[in-house]
Ligand binder design. Structure first.
Ligand SMILES: N[C@@H](CCC(=O)N[C@@H](CS)C(=O)NCC(=O)O)C(=O)O
Length: 207
């Protein structure tokens, strides 16, 4: 298999962390989806990364599907099998994906020419992130190493990537409002799969 993506994309990083955790033989191909004639278009008509090549001319795209495929393809899933755990894992993954989406939307706004930026759009995205963090803090258990029970899983991967993307592109003091989440992130961020997939230029805060 081949994973096409960029080193800074949090969507791609979700897949990279999972591949690292599972020690899967997946070749990473650095590809820029932004150029007019990007080769990504030939693999994903939406021209977005990640794209996962699973066979000759056969591709998976959209990170939730890419991650879902990688999670199941080897029969060693990182998702709880019991129905309650399964849906809780999906819930955390949706929350994490939403934080990433809001962080991306916000950062694009900051990159527009100053006279075209919409502060209210930026604020709207920031509020999404703040509310999502508040809900995560309310939901996470005291002193829990992992988000679900005593097992590391996809919920931890997606939320971990989301929180580090927040630290990378929207650094702000969320820690004083979410001490339990901060404590959990410290453990997750120290895992080799997270350390080895840090986006270039990202210095995790000494929290
Ligand atoms: N919903 C998609 C979003 C993927 C996405 O937006 N990726 C960005 C990189 S961070 C991209 O390829 N953008 C290119 C573009 O929007 O043209 C997913 O979860 O995979």
């Amino acid at each position: 298999m081949k994973l096409y993506g960029s080193l800074t994309s949090p969507y791609v990083r979700k897949a990279r962390v999972l591949i690292h955790e599972k020690n899967m033989a997946v070749e990473f191909v650095n590809e820029d989806p932004w150029t007019e004639d990007s080769p990504v278009i030939g693999r994903n008509p939406l021209s977005k990364v990640p794209v996962l090549e699973i066979g000759v001319d056969s591709y998976m795209f959209e990170s939730p599907l890419v991650v879902h495929y990688l999670d199941h393809v080897d029969g060693k899933s990182f998702t709880p099998r019991d129905p309650a755990g399964y849906w809780q894992s999906q819930w955390w993954q949706s929350l994490g994906q939403g934080i990433i989406d809001a962080g991306i939307a916000r950062v694009f706004e900051t990159r527009r020419p100053l006279d075209k930026q919409m502060p209210e759009k930026m604020q709207r995205e920031e509020q999404r992130i703040h509310r999502a963090i508040d809900l995560a803090e309310k939901t996470i258990k005291e002193n829990s190493e992992f988000l679900l029970g005593n097992r590391y899983g996809l919920a931890d991967i997606v939320m971990g990537v989301a929180m580090q993307y927040t630290d990378f592109r929207y650094p702000h003091d969320w820690r004083s409002r979410a001490p339990k989440l901060n404590q959990w992130l410290k453990g997750i961020a120290a895992r080799p799969s997270f350390v080895d997939t840090q986006p270039p230029g990202f210095e995790p805060p000494a929290a």
